[in-house]
Ligand binder design. Structure first.
Ligand SMILES: Nc1ncnc2c1ncn2[C@@H]1O[C@H](COP(=O)(O)OP(=O)(O)O)[C@@H](O)[C@H]1O
Ligand SMILES: [Mg+2]
Length: 396
């Protein structure tokens, strides 16, 4: 179960950083029911602000504390005029026969598309007619299509949640879950959330599933020692049968290994040795091209042999001493970026569509979303391709 649902605040004192808004909503409902404080009380109040700061939660909790029933309408209910007339009009016109008051909640009014003005017009006429207070939530109340709504409602801006409060909430959730996560990591999540408490709790939940949230960093380090060791054995060791399988233990695609070898040949070989090694490397490249063009994967074997045994046997003597190998710079960067952003983008696109968040945001928060994407169920739901899954499983 999602922690954001499981631990959704049930009373006002659990809601962080929104004291001002709480007062305003209480006031709004109070004037509405007592009626007399202002001559023409506004009948609708819009809670607006970015996602994950408590808009929906506040509406529900206030209703509960004020002992009001919630009558919730979504964008598609509004679009359906018939439904509105049938359900809502009677509901708003039969005033106070029952003692329990009502709040009408229109959550995420942004969802009503600008093209479909009907829904919005209907909402405006409801505001005029209603006998019950209407609470509306919106991410962006300044959208042009909402100008009519702005004029008819009281606007209450909810603030992004302070990062200390985010941490407090996370610690509380962990306590209830009997879970523990290292403090530095909590701070990181809290800062990264940029005021969005929902995404912080989601990140927390995924972090709690991954045993060691810093494992990505460790992988990065392992990856480098692997390739360094392999290069050392190829360049400095005698070519043997083991040399043939040397790259198997390196968790890196062969294309990337080629770039490492290429970059570091000059550090080890001179003159004729250098020429021989580069000759072999050019043959590797030819096989590589053939593999891509003809999809003839058996050539991979040759590619591998040339790159390991071949390069290793290009030297006459073993060069003693320590050589510090360099990370391939220019080409590797281009190559890796192309590879990465390509798959990352296609994954981000699928994910963005599902969670209704912008693709850009997903891209910028990819390191954290990556953890969510470890879940096989999520992968299935997003219909990730094998290549995309490979990309996700590869150490960063
Ligand atoms: N101000 C807050 N105080 C405590 N928890 C919050 C707050 N805002 C959001 N949350 C947490 O984030 C989740 C999503 O909040 P929600 O009210 O749905 O956000 P919004 O409607 O603004 O997008 C809630 O279930 C709750 O766990
Ligand atoms: Mg909401």
């Amino acid at each position: 179960m999602q922690w954001t649902e499981k631990h959704r605040p049930k009373s006002l004192h659990e809601i962080k950083d929104q004291d001002e808004a709480i007062l305003k909503i209480k006031n709004f409902i109070g004037t509405f029911y007592l009626g007399k404080l202002t001559k023409t009380p506004r009948k609708a109040l819009v809670l607006h602000g970015p996602p994950g700061i408590g808009k929906t939660t506040l509406a529900h909790v206030i209703a509960k504390e004020e002992n009001l029933e919630i009558f919730e309408l979504n964008a598609s209910d509004l679009r359906n005029k018939l439904k509105l007339k049938e359900i809502l009009r009677p509901a708003i016109e039969q005033k106070s026969l029952i003692r329990k008051g009502k709040i009408i909640l229109v959550d995420e009014v942004d969802g009503i598309s600008a093209v479909d003005r009907g829904g919005l017009m209907e909402l405006l006429s409801l505001i005029t007619l209603t006998n019950y207070p209407i609470i509306i939530t919106a991410n962006n109340i300044w959208a042009p299509k909402l100008s009519g709504l702005r004029k008819k409602s009281e606007l209450v801006r909810l603030k992004e949640i302070n990062y200390n409060s985010i941490k407090d909430v996370m610690i509380n959730v962990l306590r209830k879950e009997n879970n523990f996560i290292n403090n530095n990591f909590l701070t990181k999540i809290a800062i990264n959330a940029k005021g969005d408490l929902r995404s912080a709790i989601n990140d927390l939940q995924t972090a709690s599933i991954t045993k060691d949230p810093s494992s990505n960093l460790v992988d990065e380090r392992n990856k480098e020692t692997d390739i360094f060791n392999a290069l050392k054995l190829v360049f400095k060791g005698k070519p043997t049968n083991e040399t043939l399988s040397i790259y198997d233990s390196v968790k890196m695609p062969i294309d990337e290994i080629i770039l490492w070898v290429e970059e570091n040949i000059p550090a080890e070989y001179q003159r004729r040795e250098l020429k021989r090694a580069y000759d072999l490397l050019s043959k590797v490249d030819i096989f590589r091209k053939r593999i891509y063009r003809q999809q003839y994967w058996r050539f991979l074997v040759y590619e591998n042999i040339l790159l390991s045994y071949g390069v290793s046997s290009s030297k006459k003597d073993v060069k003693p001493g320590f050589t510090s190998y360099k990370k391939p710079t220019r080409i590797l960067k281009i190559w890796m970026n192309n590879q990465k952003t390509f798959k990352k983008k296609s994954i981000a696109k699928k994910y963005a569509r599902k969670v209704h968040v912008g693709e850009k945001r997903i891209m910028s928060e990819f390191p954290i979303i990556r953890n969510i994407l470890k879940n096989p169920e999520v992968r299935r739901e997003l219909r990730l391709s094998d290549e995309e899954i490979n990309y996700l499983d590869k150490p960063i």
